[in-house]
Design a binder for this molecule. Structure first.
Ligand code: CP3
Length: 350
């Protein structure tokens, strides 16, 4: 029987503790962002994108915008996975309409430009946003902190920008696994420190985004996705055993059950390609809480596509611990009214 204190817990936390809820809690990856006019207004006021991430009053404001508009069950800290390379001293810039640009790190001398001891002041600014949110969030909304997984962050640090094939990181990892391993080691340590600071500041849940986990063969997946993620999960749980961690190894495909078993995550972010039946079988066979995986394109399209896919998820995952979400981040061209319709569909008022 549920204790009264559990009844007052945010619904997202109840599901992450293994309780199936109907309707399921809902939040959307990248729910704060350019599809919202109120985000674009604050973004214009902030100047640069990283300035927005490092200005607690503005970052807290944009975190709260989607909560006010839609009443989502969770807020995700407004920041970016590339705050970690920036804090390590790599030059990171966000170019309007083009995405992130970094001075690439591809060798031992490049690595020497990073300073693992210098990250705290920037992490502390982000954590000031977390502390403000802890105060300002309605108590029924959970607060999600996050970082990029070391592999995904490394693909940007080595490539200098996003790429479809992550070629520079993959080539460095094959040609010089020891050198690349030093970069990964630095990222594991920085990520543990950053996430632990977010929890200390008030984050209830953590998500580790491994957007580019999908292009690796089994051995490399183990070395660069599973092992670093397990180290982060183990270190955070040693300090904060109560904090659930959601892994999002996008594109992991057949390697997904092993990822869950070996990393020790409580939640699994499922990408758009995963079958609802497979999500259900993972939730019941290996006791992981599944999250996802509506196609962000179906949310742009709206109408019948949105209704059918939403229904399939709600029906297919009824009775297992499940968090409604997208299979990848919401896209800037998403109509705001489609998001409102989605929330109504999930909550049974559609
Ligand atoms: O609302 C939230 O989810 C919280 C904030 C958040 C952002 N980025 C804000 C952001 C989160 C959790 C992220 C994660 C992130 N950042 C990932 C992993 C998730 C994913 O979508 O795959 C990755 C790979 C990045 C790196 C990144 N940041 C890229 C490639 C880009 C450019 C492309 C784009 O979507 O614009 C960003 C910029 C970025 N991060 C924006 C936002 C709102 C847009 C920048 C702007 O407003 O000018």
């Amino acid at each position: 029987m549920a204790l009264p204190s559990e009844e007052r817990q945010p619904r997202l936390l109840r599901v992450l503790a293994g309780e199936p809820l109907s309707p399921p809690p809902i939040w959307l990856m990248r729910q704060a962002g350019r599809y919202l006019p109120e985000y674009r207004a604050v973004r214009a006021q902030a100047g640069g994108f990283l300035e927005l991430c490092y200005t607690p009053a503005l970052a807290a404001e944009v975190t709260l915008q989607p909560i006010r508009r839609y009443g989502f069950d969770a807020a995700i800290l407004f920041s970016d996975i590339l705050v970690v390379p920036d804090a390590l001293g790599q030059r990171v810039e966000f170019v309007e309409g083009e995405g992130p640009r970094l001075d690439p790190i591809r060798s031992a001398p490049d690595l020497a430009r990073l300073n693992a001891g210098a990250t705290r002041p920037k992490f502390a600014r982000v954590c000031e946003t977390v502390a403000r949110l802890r105060q300002d969030l309605p108590r029924e909304a959970a607060l999600i902190g996050f970082c990029g997984a070391p592999w995904t962050v490394a693909t940007y640090m080595v490539g200098g920008q996003g790429s479809a094939d992550q070629r520079e990181a993959r080539l460095w990892a094959y040609r010089d696994p020891v050198g690349f391993g030093r970069l990964m080691e630095m990222l594991v340590e920085a990520s543990i420190d950053y996430l632990a600071m977010q929890v200390a500041a008030g984050a209830d849940v953590l998500q580790i985004f491994d957007t580019w986990a999908g292009n690796l063969p089994a051995r490399e997946f183990e070395a660069w996705v599973v092992v670093p993620t397990r180290r982060i999960v183990t270190a955070i749980h040693a300090k904060h055993p109560e904090v659930p961690i959601i892994g999002f190894p996008r594109g992991a495909g057949q390697k997904i059950a092993r990822y869950v078993a070996e990393t020790g995550v409580q939640g699994l972010g499922c990408d758009t390609g995963m079958d609802v039946a497979h999500m259900r079988s993972l939730a019941s066979s290996i006791k992981v809480v599944v999250q996802g995986n509506l196609d962000p394109m179906a949310l742009i399209a709206g109408g019948e596509a949105l209704r059918a896919q939403t229904d399939a998820l709600l029906q297919g995952l009824a009775g297992v611990p499940y968090i409604f979400n997208l299979g990848h981040g919401i896209l800037p061209e998403t109509p705001v009214e489609h998001v409102a319709e989605l929330v109504e569909l999930v909550r049974g008022k559609g």
